[in-house]
Ligand binder design. Structure first.
Ligand code: 8IG
Length: 273
């Protein structure tokens, strides 16, 4: 079945509405309060946050498609938090580098907004530029630089991105772990990692984290009126920052080593929302 988001005549917001209605039907939860996209290294947080009320194969929902990256699970879960709030956990993420267009990339975020979520937590695995950082360390995203030359916004949609990564939510995260550092996330298209020269460019521009996912999603979340909390797991130092070349296997391994600790951190943050 072709993905409806690839038809330019279709309004992506209508597909998000449809997807949200399907999620409400299949989970039995009429409205969700919080949504999370769990990137590499963060998946275990779902188990720690609360009670899973329903688990859906994302490919059953309008506009979603199977993920291509090992370590990403195409499951959408509805979780009842101890506070009584409902969290929608998106285990699937479509990356811009897959080449299906930016509508597909931000569909999860738009669906979360249509499902009622007012807070969007975006997590990822990423490369670190700050020399004090080490693999396995979680950091907060304070702002971004979008180097994809793309936007999820279509037409004359002029949206302010000041305080896109909510200062209030970053402060709240630091009440759980006061040692959390923060940095500017630079989104490259990928799927190749950067050259050392590109990492130096990102650094000179004011970047601290390099990744391939979160900036476009955050823009769509702001358009939908959500508050955004961004968290990166530094799975590797960016190319040229450490003498060792990058390997996807290492990225996965440092994610696995850090997973229990950062998932507990995220669950504690969610409990305070
Ligand atoms: I995990 O070093 C992970 N994702 N762009 N650069 C970019 N994305 C990443 C990196 C990295 N590590």
């Amino acid at each position: 079945m072709p993905n409806p988001l690839e038809d330019n005549e279709v309004n992506p917001m209508e597909i998000a509405r449809l997807a949200a209605d399907q999620i409400a039907d299949l989970t039995g939860v009429a409205s969700h309060d919080i949504a999370l996209t769990l990137g590499s290294g963060w998946a275990k947080a779902a188990d720690l946050m609360g009670e899973t009320v329903a688990s859906i194969d994302a490919t059953q929902i309008a506009g979603f498609s199977a993920p291509v990256v090992a370590g990403h699970v195409a499951t959408i879960r509805s979780i009842l938090l101890p506070s009584g709030k409902h969290a929608l956990v998106l285990g699937a993420r479509t990356h811009f580098y897959e080449g299906h267009g930016v509508r597909r990339v931000v569909h999860g975020v738009r669906t979360a907004a249509a499902a009622g979520a007012k807070t969007m937590i975006l997590t990822n695995g990423a490369g670190g530029i700050k020399p004090t950082w080490t693999a396995g360390q979680p950091v907060l995203i304070s702002d971004h630089i979008n180097l994809t030359a793309s936007s999820p916004l279509e037409g004359a949609t002029f949206i302010d991105l000041t305080d896109l990564y909510s200062r209030d939510l970053r402060d709240l995260a630091r009440t759980v772990d006061s040692t959390l550092d923060e940095g500017v996330y630079v989104q490259f298209r990928g799927p190749h990692y950067e050259t050392p020269a590109e990492v130096q460019m990102a650094k000179i521009m004011g970047g601290h984290i390099v990744g391939m996912s979160t900036a476009l999603e955050a823009i769509a979340a702001r358009q939908a009126g959500m508050k955004v909390l961004g968290l990166s797991l530094i799975t590797n130092l960016a190319a040229g920052i450490s003498p060792n070349p990058l390997s996807h296997a290492e990225v996965i391994e440092s994610g696995q080593l850090a997973e229990a600790r950062i998932s507990a951190l995220l669950a504690q943050i969610v409990a305070k929302l």
